[in-house]
Design a protein around this ligand. Structure first.
Ligand code: 13P
Length: 290
C-alpha cells in the first residue's frame, strides 16, 4: 500500500475546503493514540516530532516507531519534523525518510531565513521530501509582550521573497496565533492571511492550534489554511490522564494500565480536532496492485 504525497493531500484539502491535522507527540503512546483516532475518523494525519523529542529518544528510534505505525495504518500517516532551527536536524530527518521537515528561520533576518531554508530545500528535494518554512512569528506565551505593534505578523512581500528564492513547499505564517495556552482570546489577522494566500499558491499552515475556537480554525481554513498544528493540548491531555490515574491508584499499577486510559483520552481530543479540521472521511490511499 502506498499513499499519495503530503503535497497532493494538502492540495486536495485546499480544493475541498478542509485542513490536514498535524499533532505533536512525545512518545509511542501518544503517537499510537493519534494514529488510532485518525483511523477511526478515516482522516489523513501528520505525526509531528519536535527536536526536543527526536534528540531525547534519538532520530533512529523516533523514526522507527513512526514508520512502523504509518506503514501499518489504515489511513495515510505522514512523518513530519516540526520547528527545527537547525538545518542539520532537518537533514537527519530526511535521511530517516520523513515526508516533510520544517526549517524555522523565522527568528532570523529574512536573508538568513532564506539561506537556511534554501539549504534544507536543496537537501530535501532530491530525496523526494517536502519542506515547510516559516515567515512572520508564531508567538509563545512568554514572548507576547516582545512583539509590539503586530511585528510578529507575516509581511506579504517577505513571504513571496522567501518562497520564490527557496522553492519551499509549505509555509507557516505568523497571523497572531501562539504556541501554548492562550492568555486571552487569540486575535487572528484573517485579512493578512487572505492577502498571503492571494499572493502565494503553496499550502499555508496555522500554528498554535490549542485554544483557538473551532469557528476561528474554520474561518482560517476558508481564508487559505491547509494544515492545522496542534501540540499543547495533546501533552496536557496525556499528562492529566497519567496524573489522575496515579493519584487514584498509586505507582504500584502496571505501566500499561496507566497508559491505556491516557491513549483513550488523547484519542478523543485528536478526534475532536479532526472534526474541527473537517478532514474526517478524507483518507485517500493509493493501492498498488498485488
Ligand atoms: P500548540 O502547542 O499551541 O497547539 O501549537 C502547536 C504547534 O503549532 C506546533 O508546531
Amino acid at each position: 500500500m502506498t499513499k499519495i504525497s503530503i503535497l497532493e493531500q494538502l492540495k486536495q484539502a485546499d480544493a475541498e475546503g478542509y485542513a490536514i491535522p498535524h499533532f505533536n507527540y512525545s512518545d509511542i503512546w501518544d503517537m499510537t493514540a493519534i494514529v488510532r483516532a485518525a483511523e477511526e475518523m478515516h482522516s489523513p494525519v501528520m505525526l509531528a516530532g519536535v527536536p526536543k523529542v527526536t534528540n531525547a529518544l534519538t532520530m533512529d528510534t523516533v523514526a522507527a516507531m513512526a514508520h512502523s505505525l504509518a506503514d501499518n495504518a489504515k489511513v495515510p500517516v505522514y512523518l513530519h519534523l516540526d520547528h527545527s532551527t537547525d538545518p542539520q536536524i532537518c537533514k537527519d530527518a530526511c535521511d530517516h525518510h520523513f515526508d516533510t521537515v520544517m526549517i524555522d528561520g523565522s527568528k532570523e533576518s529574512l536573508e538568513r531565513n532564506i539561506e537556511m531554508t534554501a539549504d534544507v530545500v536543496s537537501y530535501a528535494h532530491p530525496r523526494g521530501i517536502f519542506v515547510e518554512g516559516e515567515i512572520g512569528k508564531i508567538k509563545g506565551n512568554t514572548e507576547e509582550s516582545q512583539y509590539a505593534n503586530g511585528d510578529f505578523l507575516v509581511q506579504v512581500p517577505d513571504a513571496v521573497k522567501l518562497v520564490q528564492s527557496t522553492g519551499v513547499d509549505i509555509l507557516a505564517v505568523g497571523i497572531g496565533t501562539a504556541h501554548g495556552f492562550y492568555q486571552g482570546k487569540p486575535e487572528i489577522n484573517f485579512q493578512r492571511l487572505a492577502e498571503v494566500n492571494e499572493a502565494l499558491s503553496i499550502p499555508l499552515v496555522l500554528h498554535g492550534g490549542t485554544g483557538i475556537p473551532a469557528e476561528d480554525v474554520r474561518k482560517a481554513i476558508k481564508n487559505g489554511i491547509n494544515k492545522v498544528n496542534v501540540g499543547t493540548i495533546i501533552k496536557y491531555t496525556y499528562l492529566s490522564s497519567v496524573f489522575e490515574t496515579l493519584k487514584r491508584v498509586g505507582p504500584t499499577i502496571h505501566t500499561i494500565d496507566l497508559m491505556l486510559p491516557a491513549v483513550e483520552a488523547i484519542k478523543e481530543e485528536v478526534k475532536r480536532w479532526i472534526a474541527v479540521c473537517m478532514s474526517d472521511g478524507k483518507a485517500c490511499l493509493l493501492y498498488t496492485s498485488p
